[in-house]
Write a protein that binds this ligand. Structure first.
Ligand SMILES: [Zn+2]
Length: 143
């Protein structure tokens, strides 16, 4: 820890984030959607004019791997789901704050200023051509 020296304030904030993460509890991504639906019985009130739809029903949805996953949530579990969703939002916020804090500490590190200066690319030449290509090969044609 000789070179990386977060300020006392940064250390305190990192400890605060860690403590809140540790006590966060269960967490679930996604959203709750309220649904009012029609059933399949043609003579039901939900097909009347005006219709009286069934519900409300609550659906939990989340995107995973480009697919939307949906699940019906019983009324008895609604409070649990709301808490888990709130926890997940807080989790995302804490992770984002931890990332920003870490980046600030990394940038304040004296070693961050020892980066070698990168010469600007020559006009008209792509940047990757600044590496001397022949040095990267053996010079022979390989079979
Ligand atoms: Zn119906």
């Amino acid at each position: 820890m000789d070179s990386v020296s977060p300020t006392t304030g940064q250390q305190d904030r990192a400890a605060g984030i860690a403590a809140e993460l540790a006590s966060l509890g269960l967490a679930l991504p996604g959203t709750l959607i309220e649904r009012h639906v029609r059933c399949g019985r043609a003579n039901c009130r939900c097909h009347a004019d005006p219709p009286v739809l069934h519900g409300p029903y609550w659906q939990w949805t989340r995107k995973t791997g480009g697919k939307t996953v949906t699940r019906l949530v019983p009324d008895e579990q609604l409070d649990d789901y709301r808490q888990w969703l709130d926890n997940h939002r807080r989790l995302r916020a804490l992770v984002a704050e931890l990332e920003a804090l870490t980046l600030a500490i990394a940038d304040a590190d004296p070693r961050a200023r020892r980066r070698p200066a990168v010469p600007p690319a020559a006009p008209g030449k792509p940047a990757h051509n600044t590496v001397a290509a022949p040095r990267l090969t053996c010079g022979h044609t390989c079979d």
